[in-house]
Ligand binder design. Structure first.
Ligand code: PPS
Length: 300
């Protein structure tokens, strides 16, 4: 299916629905049977995140690691959302994640999902596929998601900030509660060895180090020169001005409201949370996040 994003003009923002106990919109459930029956291949790599945790960043890193040298033309001609299809996205006739993934001629295929771990199609587990999960601290994740929902016409209306703050804590955002998402994938790591769990904050702190860890997980050994080049290309300012990575070619996003590549920082939550909200959030967080082995940094 070819993508002409400018034609993707939704009639109205979708409603949030309860889908197998997780808040979703029809854009991610309408193709459920096909998604669940998707046939993964052993070398497929699934990039999984809660929305706004660094999906595009890691997708771009992986695309450069695998194809930066061999298919350099990809970098200037194919937007990241076509190189790394969003498996469950279904907005016919323009977008079908499964069609895009099936149409990929690359090996490996890089595939994106925002599913909580229990929704991942079974063939990915059966084929023992590698998976990269990226997690971001809840406060920054919430802020980023808020601005995204403001500017993206295929997301439910976010309302104002205080309203959104409550919705995040209640898990009433698309793809459900952040808390269950990051914890569910973290737990999976204990039993599924082909899962690399990484943190947005670590990537900001030392992108090169995180690329090294990714390479060792993926069994890749790029030259020092290549690694340096990739590390440079995926810096925020470079991705922000790269039309193949910054989503500027998508018609449903209004960059006048907020750009996709917004700030790319750790700690922007401090510009949004009031003191009272931060305290209320922290108290609620302690009750929900009981596993001491899963720790996030809200500043670096
Ligand atoms: S999506 O829509 O779920 O796929 O969004 P996702 O790509 O997961 O997250 C978008 C946020 O990631 C930031 N980003 C980056 N930060 C630093 N460096 C680089 N290279 C980079 N690329 C993307 C992007 O700016 C969004 O975060 P905020 O905080 O809104 O700026």
């Amino acid at each position: 299916m070819s993508v002409d994003p400018d034609k993707l003009q939704p009639p109205s923002r979708p409603e949030l629905i309860d889908f197998h106990g997780v808040s979703m919109t029809h854009y991610f459930t309408d193709n459920w049977e096909t998604v669940q029956n998707f046939q993964a291949r052993p070398d497929d790599i699934l990039i999984a995140t809660y929305p706004k945790a660094g999906t595009t960043w890691v997708s771009y890193i992986l695309d450069l690691l695998y194809f930066g040298q061999t298919m350099p033309e990809r970098q200037t001609s194919i937007p990241i959302y076509e190189r790394v299809p969003f498996l469950e996205l279904f907005a016919p006739p323009l977008f079908s994640g499964t069609d895009l993934a099936e149409g990929l001629s690359t090996s490996p295929r890089l595939i994106k999902t925002h599913f909580p771990v229990q929704f991942v199609p079974k063939s990915f587990w059966e084929q023992n596929c590698r998976m990269v999960y990226v997690a971001r601290n809840a406060k920054d994740n919430m802020v980023s998601y808020f601005h995204f929902d403001r500017m993206n016409g295929v997301e439910p209306d976010p309302g104002d900030w205080s309203n959104y703050f409550q919705k995040f804590m209640d898990g009433k955002l698309v793809f459900g509660p952040w808390y269950d998402h990051v914890s569910g994938w973290w737990k999976k790591k204990q039993t599924y060895s082909k899962l690399h769990y990484m943190f947005f904050e670590d990537l900001v702190e030392d992108t090169g180090r995180e690329i090294d860890k990714l390479c060792s997980f993926l069994g890749l050994s790029p030259s020092a020169e290549e690694k340096k080049q990739i590390t440079g290309e995926v810096q925020f300012d470079n991705m922000k001005k790269n039309d193949m990575a910054n989503y500027s070619t998508i018609g449903v996003m209004d960059f006048k409201v907020s750009p996709f590549m917004r700030k790319g920082k750790v700690g922007d939550w401090k510009n949004h949370f009031t003191m009272a909200q931060s305290e209320q959030f922290d108290e609620d967080y302690r009750k929900k996040m009981r596993d001491p082995t899963l720790q996030f940094r809200t500043e670096i």
